[in-house]
Design a protein around this ligand. Structure first.
Ligand code: 9MR
Length: 355
């Protein structure tokens, strides 16, 4: 029988230790490891696509380690909303069934996103626009009522550089703050039990964006919006200064709401033209950042830890590996192509187990 406990060997093999010895660029993958969901006192989530449900390697990692599931795209407008604004739930249902059949908590993602729905809603008069906006949210949330624990109601509301809110078809049709409030109100009416999230990215990476996001949370709460949770995607930049991730999560936690680390990954790819660091040095930075995130999450009161979710099971499942700049070597997740734990597994497992 393999030893599934976290062993000293795992800790000694940490990339930080290896980087300090000036070792080879990448750490040898770890051996068999404990299921994350057994170590963690909170749900551990993963995203996935219906096209992966028959992939034995993917299933093995997902069903061994995770207790919550976020559909990567099948519960978005791109899958559900037809050009005539009727709804098609074929793929979304498949995802909901996968979660139910395998005893996973289901997290709904994402109802209103600036990047989707523009064509189907183009050219409508205000009344139809508003009515179909409400109908979309109501029908989707109602269909999965009692199956989704929570929903990302508005995704990525804050401007890229953190200067205010984004402008797009939803804000132009219904108002910048009003379309957000309206989405939460309709979703809450459709499923009063669901925890409704405002979800965004670069909140730890860019303090200005994090601050604007938290101001928006405050504004919505003061206005009585049924916002029930804070989602931080955590697509981490490995060069975030030490302490910045902790500072953001602490501030986010101060609202007393559930917090979701909703899409964690940390690319090792360096986009700067000149990066003199070795692969090992970059990996050490990556591990330190992910460790900081997991520890900051575990520092939240237990009842505020909604879930700690990674954006993909294996490195090869990551959206980052589908980027045209990818060189086939990026390792942004907790398991490699063969389903073996990467150093990020160790970083996350160590922190989650400590809670
Ligand atoms: O990883 C997702 C990719 O497979 C989809 O094609 C894409 C569009 O639906 O969305 C990706 O996920 C995004 C998530 O929904 C919101 N935050 C950023 C994620 C990565 O782009």
């Amino acid at each position: 029988m393999p030893d599934f406990r976290l062993t000293r060997r795992h800790l000694l093999a940490s990339p930080l230790a290896l980087a300090a010895c000036g070792s080879a660029p990448s750490t040898p993958p770890l051996g068999p490891v404990s299921p994350l969901k057994d170590l963690a006192p909170c749900p551990v989530g993963v995203c996935g696509m219906s096209g992966q449900f028959d992939d034995a390697g993917w299933r093995d990692v997902v069903l061994t380690h995770f207790s919550q599931f976020t559909p990567e795209w099948e519960m978005k407008m791109e899958a559900i909303l037809r050009p005539d604004r009727s709804l098609d739930f074929t793929l979304a249902d498949r995802c909901a069934d996968f979660a139910t059949d395998n005893g996973l908590r289901l997290h709904g993602h994402a109802l209103i996103w600036y990047s989707q729905g523009a064509e189907a809603f183009a050219g409508l008069d205000r009344k139809t626009f508003a009515a179909d906006y409400d109908r979309y949210i109501r029908e989707v949330v109602t269909r999965y009522r009692g199956r989704t624990v929570g929903w990302d109601v508005v995704n990525e509301a804050v401007a890229e550089d953190g200067d205010g809110l984004r402008t797009h078809h939803w804000s132009e049709g219904l108002g910048d703050i009003d379309h957000i409030r309206r989405a939460f109100d309709v979703a809450h009416e459709a499923d009063p039990e669901s925890i409704l999230f405002l979800n965004d990215y670069n909140l730890e990476n860019l303090p200005r964006k994090g601050a604007t996001f938290l101001k928006l949370v405050e504004r919505l709460l003061k206005a009585g919006t049924p916002l029930g949770g804070i989602g931080s995607q955590s697509h981490l930049d490995i060069d975030i200064p030490d302490g910045q991730i902790t500072a953001f999560l602490r501030e986010a936690g101060a609202f007393g709401l559930p917090v979701h680390v909703s899409e964690l990954d940390a690319s090792l790819r360096s986009d700067s033209r000149i990066d003199l660091r070795s692969a090992g040095e970059r990996q050490a930075r990556q591990t330190a950042r992910v460790t900081e995130l997991a520890q900051a999450f575990m520092a939240l009161p237990p009842e505020q830890r909604y879930a700690f979710t990674v954006w993909g099971a294996r490195d090869t499942d990551s959206w980052l590996r589908r980027d045209e700049r990818d060189d086939g070597r990026d390792s942004p997740l907790l398991f490699d192509a063969s389903g073996t734990a990467t150093p990020l597994y160790d970083a996350v497992a160590g922190a989650l187990a400590s809670g």
